[in-house]
Design a protein around this ligand. Structure first.
Ligand SMILES: N[C@@H]1[C@@H](O)[C@H](O)[C@@H](COP(=O)(O)O)O[C@@H]1O
Length: 242
């Protein structure tokens, strides 16, 4: 795992933009990006939106969506992606789980077929305070594919800041599984702020355990972790590469 400790999320996002640019250069045909939501990638999407990069030959596959929120709901991840990226940078095609499909079996199978059809070249990830990736909460099997997740109280509390009140946060979500995330050729995971420091330590230095879903990334051959100093507080700096 490469680790970059940056001064600010803007510096981290600039590194992300450079890696995305490289991926676009390296892949001469269609490029498939796996995309995340949440607060962490917002700066990255802002810089991508302002860049000259062209995504018209790219496919975007998002990690997750709340069950029960439609794409017109400002708290849905579909709305988030349109607002922060797709309205400014058109992609050839974009996919996100349909939170309005209450038939979890049908929806998760549909999404797995999309993932089979479009292998991900570069996956962007944020990190939950409890070590989750996508909405794969602690305890999720590493072999999981797309599934419906019952959100933990800690995730509901962490995400309540995006809602008028915590009782508005949906209790479940559809999420790509850990197996699908690990199938990406390359992964960038970003984490900023001291609230992420404990999870970053477990991600980098802890045992690989389903109790910390992100710890499986230690076994992926091409992961770059981008953290600011607050998030890197509990890890050794000797692994840093520039
Ligand atoms: N499902 C999302 C994740 O995809 C995200 O990476 C993580 C961190 O969010 P944030 O970046 O807002 O801290 O939690 C959310 O629950």
């Amino acid at each position: 795992m490469k680790i970059w400790i940056v001064k600010t999320p803007v510096e981290g996002a600039n590194k992300g933009v450079a890696m995305i640019q490289q991926t676009l250069k390296d892949c001469h045909e269609q490029v498939v990006f796996g995309l995340a939501t949440g607060g962490t990638p917002q700066t990255l999407y802002r810089l991508l939106s302002a860049s000259q990069l062209d995504f018209s030959r790219c496919i975007a596959i998002n990690l997750d969506e709340y069950v029960g929120l439609d794409q017109e709901n400002p708290q849905s991840y579909a709305y988030y992606m349109n607002r922060h990226l797709f309205s400014k940078k058109p992609f050839q095609q974009t996919f996100i789980p349909n939170g309005m499909n209450r038939n979890a079996t049908v929806e998760t199978q549909r999404y797995d077929q999309i993932l089979d059809r479009y292998p991900i070249d570069l996956q962007i990830l944020g990190l939950g305070q409890n070590g989750h990736i996508g909405f794969n909460e602690p305890g999720t099997p590493f072999e999981s594919t797309t599934h419906e997740v019952q959100l933990t109280e800690s995730t509901i509390a962490a995400n309540a800041r995006f809602f008028a009140q915590s009782t508005d946060v949906p209790r479940s979500a559809y999420s790509m599984g850990i197996k699908s995330i690990m199938a990406a050729k390359q992964i960038i995971i970003m984490a900023y702020g001291k609230a992420k420091a404990a999870a970053v330590k477990k991600l980098v230095l802890g045992p690989v355990t389903t109790a910390v879903p992100a710890s499986i990334l230690q076994q992926h051959p091409n992961v770059t972790l981008i953290v600011d100093e607050a998030a890197a507080d509990q890890i050794k700096k000797e692994k840093v590469e520039d």
